[in-house]
Write a protein that binds this ligand. Structure first.
Ligand code: PLP
Length: 383
């Protein structure tokens, strides 16, 4: 790629024709072994994930969204329950709660990391709270130590939305299995990417695992004996086959994401930009898979358009908060001043800008992005 070539926001699909040939061979093997819904290819991928993450149970599911629904249900969330959830995340973090007939109780964020603020979450616990659902936003964990203390004191399960944090560890514990149960997404833009929709549920507890196993397949305890209402949430064999290949390349691709993030942070400092193009802080003890490299800037939408004119794509994850989505909201939020209730989340929705960080960037691309940003916001030669 020459330095004038467009810098794209995402890299999906095989990197080159050699990788495409590997994918086709893997799909051919899945066809030959009749591995279509769950089956040998999904078993193989689940085993590899268990080993890599050090978890007792891993279940391939049809998507991160379906995984969240199954996981919440497995810890007992049902109609009328409350689930505490950050006010800022992908839509389905909260839509699954509503679809279960439960009520999302939105919580503001830690201003440094934009993950759920544990102290604010504690204030929201009521007699109807059935789970806390932190999101490991952008690829580092929420403050799980603080959340675990609160959850253990109140005996409330934690379901981790680890959709953006496959392979991330905090204090030696794998994201997804630090709380009671957790969910990954393998949507094609994720750090571990399927060739379509797919996800995974992980946990250490046998009882929760038994529920997940059944809920993933219509609540079937075996032999068409349905003891609970579940869903069709199975991972398909083609995705299992592709994901096993992708897992083999994860370390190599993560190393490039790490290199890119480091280059961004270095270039931001070099240009004395960190007070105007503000990178997020880090959760203590968590590593980071850099699903996204996020900065917060004023005039975000204008800056994004100007970057695009200079051949640099960027993203906004997310342009609005969850309580702003009327289908998720209750009167409690619809009539409230959201900037007062969720000042950090509302500000994030106005300022967050995701810069390209994927594994197909070349060394020097992040510097080029930051140079463009310095031109746009003005390099003032000091912080
Ligand atoms: C934080 C978060 N939660 C949930 C999901 C849902 O995952 P999926 O797209 O696999 O259904 C995603 C993925 O987009 C996500 O980023």
């Amino acid at each position: 790629m020459s330095t004038t070539e467009r810098i794209r926001m995402v890299a999906v699909g095989p990197d080159d024709s050699a990788e495409k040939a590997q994918w086709l061979e893997a799909l051919g093997n899945a066809i030959d072994s009749n591995s279509f819904c769950l089956g040998a290819e999904v078993d193989r991928f689940e085993s590899a994930c268990k080993e890599r993450l050090g978890v007792a149970h891993a279940f391939g599911v049809s998507s991160g969204t379906d995984g969240l629904k199954v996981a919440l249900s497995a810890v007992g969330v049902t109609s009328g329950d409350e689930v505490i959830v950050p006010a800022y995340s992908f839509f389905s973090t909260a839509s699954v709660i509503v679809q279960l007939g439960a009520v999302p109780i939105f919580c503001d964020l830690d201003p440094d990391t934009l993950c759920i603020d544990p102290a604010a979450a504690e204030q929201l616990i009521s007699s109807r709270t059935r789970a806390i659902l932190p999101v490991h936003l952008y690829g580092q964990t929420a403050d799980m130590d603080a959340l675990l203390k609160i959850a253990q004191k109140q005996q409330i399960p934690i379901v981790e939305d680890a959709a953006q944090a496959f392979g991330v560890f905090q204090g030696g514990r794998p994201a997804g299995a630090i709380g009671d149960v957790g969910v990954f997404s393998f949507y094609p833009t994720k750090n571990l990417a399927a060739a379509g929709d797919a996800g995974m549920i992980v946990c250490q507890d046998d009882e929760i695992a038994n529920k997940v196993r059944q809920l993933r397949v219509h609540g079937d305890a075996g032999g068409y004996n349905h003891q609970m209402l579940g869903w069709n949430a199975r991972m398909d064999g083609f995705q299992g086959a592709i994901l096993s290949l992708q897992l083999q390349r994860l370390d190599e691709r993560q190393a490039i994401r790490q290199r890119n993030a480091k280059e961004y942070l270095h270039a931001l400092k070099e240009h004395h930009l960190t007070s105007r193009v503000v990178p997020l802080g880090r959760t203590s003890g968590s590593d980071h898979c850099w699903h996204q490299f996020i900065v917060q800037v004023d005039n975000r939408d204008q800056i994004r358009d100007q970057l695009a004119e200079r051949g640099i794509d960027s993203g906004i994850y997310y342009p609005s908060t969850l309580p702003q989505q009327s289908c998720l909201s209750t009167d409690r939020y619809l009539s409230a001043d959201l900037s007062e209730l969720f000042p950090v989340a509302q500000r994030a929705a106005r300022k967050v800008l995701a810069l390209p960080v994927h594994h197909r960037l070349l060394e020097g691309d992040p510097t080029r992005v930051i140079q463009a940003l310095a031109d746009l916001v003005g390099d003032r030669g000091g912080n």
